[in-house]
Design a protein around this ligand. Structure first.
Ligand SMILES: Nc1ncnc2c1ncn2[C@@H]1O[C@H](COP(=O)(O)OP(=O)(O)OP(=O)(O)O)[C@@H](O)[C@H]1O
Ligand SMILES: [Mg+2]
Length: 477
């Protein structure tokens, strides 16, 4: 798409017009603005290393012929990140071609690798000043080439280096993205890069003989590890769809897990060729079609992946899918799966609802105990108060959660989980203060009506404050 300049000297056919890009730098920089984070920019370079490793993997009967290493170094002083691999490397010719022939990908049509646009190396333009390559192929020597973001002409050709290439295999590529803009770079840490890799390539890094590490000067090297879904307690939902598009069959793999413990955050993501596109909830085109939307795909207990293979193609910065009929087919095929997940989540939701009400009951009880130290009044939440708002039975104050007045004031989370509100607090404070003043034995004897009213107001306000305070502590998610 950007290869107009490569045809600059081609003979023109009389009576025809050729496309030309008057300012390729401006155009490339504008396209790169689609990237949202520095981590996502960096993934393009890791992606290229993994694509190169993939060729070795395939040629060797689906196993890496030697331990593949991709090492990422964060250099804070230069606001730079270095991505080094020990794969096949590039010859001088390839290296120069990569920089010169924009939008030309030798990988196009090869379904086993991810590259297809010939734009990935330009991702740095979103956030950094330059990209430098040092590469050594077994058929060539060690060469370097640097490209500045604002450079159009006069780019220095690849320069030969006498030093040996710094990997055991003697081949590979070192990419340095330097001069990151400060606000893009400041959130970049070993943890953030590692987290992105572990999620973005979670399906690839589980392979034997592939290691990706991240480190920053003066800090320990961290090895990226694959998530082991099987080891996570919970019910799994697995499906393999076979969708037919233009007479070809495309497999789509779905693996979702309803984790018993919601503390591991791994929202279900779309993957294409083992590379993460984005959380399902972030894919706007799918969310428009989805029936249960965030109540399923943002459920805190739901994790997993949807691998779409080659049925749909990512857009240039790989965070959504190109609009095609195959995309419609995919989304429609996912709706029954979504309904099944929703069904299975109901059980978890019910359990969580009960837990939340238990927690809520304790908060109300504690608030009362804080305000009326010797109340001795037990407060329980019941879902059947015979149509009454409150019942007193055997020294217990039973608040009916099924009453419309209670329900109207109760807020719920997206998953339908109850969440207290200020209105509900005021309602409870009102009820508790009435019962606190008028029903507690020995409280109101010999007091004038005015004093009793004052006591009630004070208790109501104190309870409302306490409820709010205790809930803030207890219901922070
Ligand atoms: N680490 C690397 N090892 C070997 N070759 C590389 C490496 N990085 C880049 N290349 C070469 O540079 C080319 C351009 O990379 P680039 O990411 O721009 O395009 P692509 O991977 O072909 O497609 P896409 O834009 O979809 O990523 C690649 O096709 C590959 O030939
Ligand atoms: Mg690429």
């Amino acid at each position: 798409m950007f290869n107009a300049s490569s045809k600059r000297f081609a003979t023109k056919v009389p009576g025809t017009i050729d496309l030309e890009i008057s300012d390729p730098v401006l155009m490339l920089n504008e396209v790169a603005k689609r990237y949202e984070t520095a981590e996502r920019v960096l993934m393009e370079y890791v992606d290229n290393a993994l694509d190169d490793a993939e060729v070795l993997f395939r040629e060797n009967g689906n196993a890496y012929p030697y331990p593949i290493r991709i090492d990422i170094t964060i250099n804070r002083a230069n606001r730079a990140v270095i991505i080094q691999d020990n794969c096949r490397g590039m010859t001088r010719e390839t290296l120069e071609r990569v920089v010169r022939n924009i939008g030309e990908s030798q990988k196009r049509g090869q379904t086993w690798v991810n590259g297809r646009f010939g734009f990935g190396v330009h991702a740095f333009r979103a956030a950094a000043e330059s990209v430098s390559f040092q590469s050594k192929h077994e058929l060539g020597s060690n060469h370097t080439l640097t490209l500045q973001r604002d450079q159009h002409r006069g780019i220095k050709e690849a320069k030969r280096l006498d030093a040996p290439f710094p990997t055991e295999s003697g081949t590979g590529t070192v990419v340095t993205v330097a001069g990151f803009e400060a606000d893009w770079f400041s959130p970049v840490t070993v943890d953030s890069v590692r987290a992105e890799i572990e999620h973005h390539f979670e399906r690839l890094i589980a392979r034997r003989n592939l290691q990706i590490t991240v480190h920053e000067a003066g800090q320990a090297t961290q090895v990226c590890t694959a998530i082991d879904y099987a080891a996570i307690e919970g019910a799994a939902i697995q499906e393999q769809l076979h969708l037919t598009y233009k007479d070809e069959e495309y497999p789509v793999t779905i693996y979702c897990k309803i984790a018993a413990d919601a503390s591991v955050k791994r929202p279900v993501s779309f993957f294409a060729r083992d590379r993460r596109i984005g959380d399902v909830v972030e894919i706007k085109s799918f969310m428009r079609k989805s029936v249960f939307k965030t109540s399923v795909w943002s459920h805190p207990n739901l994790m997993g992946y949807i691998e779409v293979g080659n049925l749909v193609q990512p857009i240039i910065n790989r965070d959504d899918f190109v609009r095609t009929y195959s995309r419609t087919l995919l989304y429609e095929a996912l709706l029954p799966v979504e309904a099944e997940i929703k069904q299975q989540l109901q059980g978890v939701n019910q359990q969580q609802k009960e837990q939340t009400f238990d927690q809520f009951e304790q908060v109300v009880q504690r608030a009362l105990a804080e305000v009326v130290t010797d109340s001795g009044l037990a407060v329980v939440l019941v879902a059947d108060g015979e149509g009454r708002r409150v019942l007193v039975e055997n020294g217990r104050l039973a608040i009916n959660t099924a009453h419309p007045d209670f329900q109207e004031r109760l807020r719920t989370t997206r998953q339908g989980n109850p969440r207290p509100s200020d209105r509900l607090n005021a309602y409870l404070a009102g009820i508790l203060s009435i019962y606190g003043v008028h029903r507690l034995p020995g409280r109101n004897e010999n007091l004038s009506a005015d004093t009793q009213l004052d006591m009630q107001i004070e208790m109501m306000l104190a309870l409302e404050t306490q409820l709010r305070h205790l809930q803030n502590k207890s219901f922070k998610d």
